[in-house]
Design a protein around this ligand. Structure first.
Ligand SMILES: NC(=O)C1=CN([C@@H]2O[C@H](COP(=O)(O)OP(=O)(O)OC[C@H]3O[C@@H](n4cnc5c(N)ncnc54)[C@H](O)[C@@H]3O)[C@@H](O)[C@H]2O)C=CC1
Ligand SMILES: O=C(CO)COP(=O)(O)O
Length: 344
């Protein structure tokens, strides 16, 4: 008998992952919040709003009934936006057993609590399920994964068997999955790169150049790693797929909603209009707020995040924000190198 996997969230990413799993032979049920999405996929096999170019295999069952979706499934893949993770896990909880593996694929933070999403899952799930939690992250636009273009991602879990289970679950000829025990680093890399994607988008929208984008990405990664290590992550994780890997794709691809939102902001469009026009989740906006407060909480300098926050929420002119970054007090590139070189 084929193993059953539930994918919760029929947006771009949930749909793409459901296709990957169905092609691997799993019996996949995709849960959509809205009945009209169920009807459309059932009748046309197209999810026209989120992945219009992709034909969804007949073998994927689509429903808005959560109990039906979760019945006898061995794994649950959560692909709803970060702000919906807590309420979704609460709804999922009654239908999972203590053997079910739960994989969060959303990239963000909970702004009210500043928690990472696996921490939200832990809070909402009984303790016997805590070791079954995993996260999937890395440079992986749904538009490309659903077209089977070669992609590499990372599965993180505190338990090696669970990370390897998720690795095996998704591993496919064109989807290579690595494991990493550093759940904190993998989650923070995936969430915080969206802030830098907004910043680089803004810079592109202002008409600045490739040098500017490279500077923002590099210094952005430095501040992601600074906050990440202060929060207990391993610095090397930020040199991996969930760190620099995802930063590269999100800051350079036109599939990135965060980058596209940033470009429009840089061109002078107000935030509410940008978000209304996007029609898909732009995680970086909320994450900027969370990251700004986390930087204060941990006493970590995050100048790009701070300026992005000012632009998004305090009405700072983006050009002035760039100028503030350029004119900051001079500093070293890597503080640790200087501290360890007393002869210098
Ligand atoms: N699109 C992509 O290429 C990738 C997205 N992700 C992450 O996956 C998460 C989901 O993103 P996408 O699928 O791209 O978003 P999307 O905007 O394409 O779709 C979001 C889906 O969640 C549903 N939804 C919205 N609010 C909800 C709620 N309160 N309760 C339940 N469902 C709700 C929507 O109806 C929609 O089906 C995000 O955190 C994103 O960062 C991660 C990797 C790749
Ligand atoms: O995380 C992603 C790709 O890895 C998706 O990024 P966007 O949300 O900016 O589209």
């Amino acid at each position: 008998m084929r193993e059953r996997v539930a994918v919760i969230g029929a947006g771009s990413w949930g749909t793409a992952l459901a296709i990957v799993l169905a092609k691997k032979g799993y019996e996949v049920t995709l849960w959509a919040r809205r009945q009209e999405v169920v009807r459309e996929i059932e009748t046309t096999r197209i999810n026209s709003h989120y992945l219009p170019e992709i034909v969804i295999p007949e073998s994927i069952k689509i429903t808005a009934d959560l109990e039906e979706t979760l019945m006898q499934c061995v794994a649950v893949v959560l692909s709803v936006p970060s702000h919906a993770v807590r309420e979704t896990v609460r709804r999922v909880r009654p239908f999972v057993t203590k053997e079910t593996v739960l994989v969060n694929t959303a990239k963000g933070l909970e702004i009210e609590t500043l928690m990472r999403l696996s921490e939200v899952l832990k809070q909402e799930l009984p303790v016997e399920l805590h070791n079954n939690i995993a996260v999937l992250s890395g440079p992986s636009h749904a538009e490309e994964v659903s077209r089977d273009l070669p992609t590499a991602v990372v599965a993180a879990s505190h338990r090696r068997q669970v990370a390897e289970y998720v690795q095996d679950l998704f591993m496919a000829p064109n989807l290579r999955v690595y494991t990493n025990p550093d759940v904190t680093g993998v989650e923070l890399g995936g969430a915080l790169k969206n802030v830098i994607a907004l910043a680089t988008g803004i810079s592109d929208g202002l008409g600045f150049g490739d040098n500017t984008r490279a500077a923002l990405m590099t210094r952005g990664l430095a501040e992601i790693a600074r906050l990440g290590t202060a929060m207990g992550a391993q610095s090397l994780t930020f040199a991996g797929l969930a760190g620099i890997g995802d930063l590269i794709v999100t800051c350079t691809s036109l599939y990135s909603r965060n980058r596209r939102a940033g470009i429009q902001l840089g061109q002078g469009k107000p935030l509410d209009q940008v978000l209304a026009g996007m029609g898909m989740v732009v995680e970086g906006v909320r994450t900027t707020k969370a990251a700004y407060h986390l930087a204060q909480k941990y006493g970590v300098e995050m100048p790009i995040t701070e300026q992005t926050y000012q632009v998004l929420f305090e009405g700072l002119n983006p050009r002035e924000a760039v100028s503030k970054l350029m004119l900051r007090t001079r500093t070293h590139e890597v503080e640790e190198i200087v501290v360890n070189r007393q002869d210098w």
